[in-house]
Design a protein around this ligand. Structure first.
Ligand code: ZN
Length: 153
């Protein structure tokens, strides 16, 4: 995604990306035989996210989400599934740290190509209430990574 130099154009592009993920969420749905399943709520906004993932040893082979709530929470979940699928657990954990930096307002993270579409949420850092919306899916991911493969290797 080429970044326009004009901040207003970039903002419009980012808004468009967020709405695109909200209206056409990627990897939304149930996942049969999930190795981990975590449901979290953000009571401040009413967002709900459930993350289900499947692992083959150390690799996240599939990840899906269900949920409802504001466009920030749902688009962040959609973007999360795209970024995490196929990653190893250490890679996913590195991604989690990078996302925390992004939502903490890091200008460096905001231009990190490894974050893909998620960079569209960089502006959320200025709004603490919205950060909780954007972080919800990632908190669910973090918890689901802690659930071991439950012996299903
Ligand atoms: Zn929200």
């Amino acid at each position: 995604m080429p970044a326009p130099s004009d901040p207003a154009a970039l903002g419009a592009l980012y808004q468009e990306l967020i709405l695109d993920h909200y209206r056409r969420p990627r990897n939304k749905g149930e996942l049969a035989d999930a190795d981990a399943h975590v449901a979290l709520k953000n009571p401040l906004c009413g967002d709900e996210i459930e993350v289900r993932l499947r692992r083959d040893g150390d690799t996240v082979t599939d990840v899906k989400f269900t949920g409802r709530g504001c466009s920030i929470s749902q688009s962040s979940a959609s973007m999360m599934t795209e970024l995490v699928r196929g990653k190893t657990v250490p890679e996913a954990q590195a991604l989690l740290r990078r996302v925390a930096e992004l939502l903490g307002g890091s200008a460096d993270a905001a231009t990190d190509p490894r974050l893909g579409d998620l960079r569209a949420l960089s502006g959320v850092a200025r709004f603490p209430m919205r950060v909780k919306c954007a972080a919800l899916a990632w908190r669910a991911l973090e918890e689901s990574l802690r659930e071991e493969g439950r012996g299903k290797r």
